[in-house]
Write a protein that binds this ligand. Sequence first.
Ligand SMILES: *Cc1c(COP(=O)(O)O)cnc(C)c1O
Length: 424
Amino acid sequence: MAPIEVFGAHYRSGELWVEGVRLGEVAEKFGTPTFVYSRAALTKAYRQLDEAVGHARSGRPYTICYAVKANSNLAVLNTLARLGAGFDIVSGGELTRVLRAGGEASKVVFSGLGKTAREIAFALKAGIKCFNVESESELLRLNEIAISLGLRAPVALRVNPDVDAKTHPYISTGLKNNKFGIAFDRARAIYRSAAAMLGVKVVGVDCHIGSQLTDATPLVEAMGKIVALADQLAADGIEIHHICPGGGIGVTYENETPIDLTTYAAALERAIGGRSAELLLEPGRAIVGNAGLLLSRVEYVKLGDHKNFLIIDAAMNDLIRPALYQAHHEIVAVRQNSSRGGTEFDVVGPVCESADVLGYSRKLSASAGDLIAVLSAGAYGFVMSSNYNTRPRSAEVMVDGDGVHIVRERETVDNLLSGEHLLP
Ligand SMILES: *Cc1c(COP(=O)(O)O)cnc(C)c1O
């Protein structure tokens, strides 16, 4: 697992703290399950990338557009906006969040392959930085809507560089047979038609090949391909203002060696060479993944002949990554207990699915009533949670120094039922 400090956490007198706050206190105040974010860890992760890229660029322009879908809590977005971040959104709802959180529309790029007419109009009127267009039909729709509003849509094509990100198939997006992006060999022709459209202004080239990459080679290879495309476009008289190799930088969940950000930034800079284009990045997980944990309480211990189960109050509806991607999350006891050696458990939730397992064969010293922390739950955690089994979604809190702030209240069953109606 990543060193515990990465989470803004440490053990003090045998108990796990996040910054200056005891997790036991968080559970007493806000109940469980609760997502606990660390403002310090979030800030540090953002600054590490910002400093690496800033250093490599040495004065040349760049924007880090945080991928909102990884964790879209308003307090998270506001923290990043205050650090100067731009944002990568995939829906009109995410644009509303960014604006409510104090983000600037002029630093927003809009990705996603199914933008509705309503979302496009909303983003156009808000004045976003760029639409990352994923198909010819989207380009045509964007052009029409912009003309009808008397506006001009800033556009990049999200091209598919056909680079294998070598990550889990569900989070690999840059291969030919993938639903995302525009085929690389068609891009130049589509750029030419875009350049002739009255409602469109070509400003960039974009790609995104996948997520949780722990080797920068495919990212740099993709960057090389889109820089070459930008050169071809320049030869066609189409000037490219920004180049974006997407997000995808991985984090340490278990024993992965993360991408060295300084080396990655330097490689991107080499690929851009002397070109004047701005560099855009769209990282999500790398910023928030290890800035959050899921705090949960053990309900029951179930010992068996073949398996032991630790039944906790968090479940796959709270954190679906293990069930969806066979993802690994480290699980630790909040109170260290060295007198008990620890037992091997499957850590499971109460949801009626055999896939509701947060961790297989974990050696833990914990009994009913104890708190445990599922680590690295800051990205694709709460945002992917559901109400399956009529389970209200968890609370979210953010620790900031010695203070802990509720940043999303726990849902109630009344919240869940409020939109439902009986037949007359
Ligand atoms: C999801 C996504 C990202 C962020 O991916 P991470 O792996 O979290 O960095 C960036 N760009 C696009 C287009 C995405 O869909």
